[in-house]
Design a protein. Structure first.
Length: 399
């Protein structure tokens, strides 16, 4: 049933998935650590593996985003990839793409944002773009990153949704790591993902206006429609994940995933590649008789509030790990989960800022977080939000 298994880099796995989706336009501008994705696609086009696809080397990430915006407006399936400062340069266009209801797909190789300059992984680039209208999916490993690309097109192009989709994969940890990945049989992908059929497209024979000025009398309604499409996408994301499982034999999507949560009193909650290490920590703590589980957030936007409430209904303490910081407040996932559970759960919620700028988060770190959750349950004094492994020796006096 399935295509061959191959040990490949995460970036190559994403490129293979993009190829199988048959995009008509790919825009590219290099920035570490996403460059391998568009390099691999370029080679596929040069080798004739991906045909009928226009590969455009743009002058900036702003240009790369503008290119796929124009392609989608003309009715062509498109793809691009970016990271960090490149994503920041795209932000203006990303808002426009979502507002115009164009189902572009971008792979975001998550990386720290300056300043100070860092090329290593955290989630600040995508989290800072959370309110622009794009659906955000988060991958745990190479296989999931690739599978999410194929699902992203089907989700975004669904006429109930018609929104762009950002597939997030941790820079270096996924993009540059080699793992076994099940590649795709083209016929199966074609059966799963039909050709792009836009509701409207730019056509001189049938003129339409896109992205025009909105007076105050209609602007609110336009934003409301994007929000409603996000809410409808929750159902579509789950439907597509189940359809993908039926076709390809594995479940690599949906809103959330739960691990060893059947009787958990403490839950560790996060997004991205750290989930694997969290599972190892939970396995070790379970062996010690400690009821801990993991909840993985796959869809950050739309935010899976109902699914999280259901997953955490019997939990006494939820420990949220963020690889980002909303300056002056706390981690973004921490804030959103508190809002989702407000008035609907008696669970305590603790927040942890960890792994920023590529700093390692270990099994022992996750065990320590879970133990603080148990301490809170016992009534001990525990800080609501903590910066993990903060080196106070290098901070200025009084910080």
């Amino acid at each position: 049933m399935a295509a061959k298994m191959k040990v490949i880099e995460g970036s190559m796995a994403v490129a293979e998935a993009v190829k199988a989706c048959r995009p008509a336009v790919v825009s590219a501008y290099p920035i570490t650590p996403q460059t391998h994705i568009v390099e691999d696609i370029s080679q596929m086009i040069a080798d004739g593996e991906l045909q009928n696809c226009e590969y455009v080397r743009t002058e900036s990430e702003f240009g790369a985003a503008s290119m796929i915006q124009g392609a989608e407006a003309a009715g062509a399936r498109s793809f691009s990839a970016t990271s960090s400062q490149g994503a920041v340069l795209m932000y203006e266009v990303l808002f426009s793409i979502a507002g115009m209801r164009l189902p572009c797909v971008i792979a975001m190789a998550n990386r720290s944002v300056s300043s100070p300059l860092s090329i290593w992984n955290d989630h600040q680039d995508a989290i800072s773009a959370r309110d622009n209208g794009w659906i955000q999916l988060w991958a745990e490993d190479n296989q999931e990153a690739a599978d999410m690309i194929i699902q992203a097109y089907k989700i975004g192009e669904d006429h109930r949704v018609l929104l762009p989709v950002m597939v997030n994969l941790d820079g270096f940890i996924i993009t540059h790591t080699y793992e076994p990945v099940e590649l795709y049989d083209q016929k199966m992908v074609d059966e799963f993902l039909p050709p792009y059929s836009p509701v409207y497209a730019l056509d001189p024979k049938n003129p339409v206006t896109m992205g025009s000025l909105a007076q105050p009398e209609v602007y609110t309604e336009a934003r409301y429609m994007v929000h409603q499409a996000q809410m409808k996408a929750k159902e579509v994301i789950e439907e597509v994940a189940l359809e993908f499982k039926k076709k390809f034999g594995r479940y690599g999507g949906g809103l959330i995933d739960a691990y060893r949560m059947e009787d958990a009193e403490v839950a560790l909650i996060a997004m991205g590649s750290i989930i694997g290490t969290m599972k190892d920590a939970v396995d070790e703590m379970r062996a010690e008789g400690m009821p801990v589980g993991v909840v993985k957030v796959r869809s950050y936007r739309p935010f899976p509030a109902e699914a999280l409430r259901a997953a955490l209904k019997d939990v006494k303490c939820a420990c949220v790990i963020d690889r980002d910081i909303s300056m002056g407040m706390e981690g973004a996932l921490f804030t959103d989960l508190k809002a989702a559970l407000y008035g609907k759960s008696k669970a305590d919620i603790l927040g942890f800022i960890a792994g920023m700028g590529g700093r390692d988060i270990t099994i022992d770190d996750f065990k320590g977080m879970a133990r603080k959750g148990f301490a809170r349950i016992r009534g001990e004094k525990v800080t609501d939000m903590e910066w993990c492994k903060l080196d106070t020796d290098i901070l200025p006096e009084g910080s």
